[in-house]
Design a protein. Structure first.
Length: 196
């Protein structure tokens, strides 16, 4: 078992508490993702923590890209954008370990990580182009959508079952608000609305 070096801010009691805590559904899924991915790559390419990060992030990018391509192949415009947003959340809930690994920006010294990240970005940018969002506006839109997805995922995994409103309904509303708000990104750049 890998146990990280103890930080000055973490007591032996804190570490022991974490190690003895019952795993959550999320913990079990993250662990299953990591084990499954490592079984594929362990024999040849994964011999260090950085190699593991690269393998997981690359697999996460590729998996998410495939999911987006699947759900948008027969859609266009806001239907494709909506499907992509739902696929991003679904992927993160279904493969939290791979999704978490893909939340990081690619390492500049990893060609496979950069390639996977660029491929996924191009897929996402094509969906945004289908609703008239391109260039800098598309980069802002991607950042906002990723934040929306991550925020919901973090809230879902940290929530208690006693919360009265289901996350799916809130997420649907969030996606609709996001889509309606894209008009702010379509404003002519001469108006300097995006200049901060």
């Amino acid at each position: 078992m890998f146990i990280p070096k103890k930080s000055n801010n973490i007591s032996d009691h804190d570490v022991e508490h974490v190690l003895q805590s019952a795993p959550t559904r999320w913990d079990r899924q993250v662990t299953a993702d990591i084990i499954a991915e490592m079984e594929i790559h362990l024999s040849e390419t994964v011999d260090s923590l950085p190699a593991m990060r690269i393998a997981l992030a690359t697999a996460g990018y590729r998996g998410l890209q495939q999911r987006i391509l699947q759900v948008t192949s027969d859609k266009s415009g806001t239907d494709a954008l909506r499907a992509m947003a739902f696929a991003m959340r679904s992927y993160a809930l279904g493969s939290p370990g791979l999704a978490a690994a893909s939340f990081r920006n690619p390492q500049l010294d990893s060609p496979e990580w950069i390639e996977a990240g660029n491929d996924m970005a191009q897929t996402i940018f094509r969906v945004f182009a289908g609703v008239g969002i391109e260039g800098d506006a598309a980069q802002h839109a991607v950042r906002i959508l990723r934040s929306l997805v991550r925020g919901f995922i973090l809230n879902e995994i940290a929530s208690t079952s006693s919360q009265p409103i289901e996350f799916q309904k809130s997420y649907v509303l969030g996606v609709e608000l996001f889509i309606q708000g894209l008009s702010a990104l379509r404003i002519d750049a001469d108006q300097h609305v995006l200049d901060c």
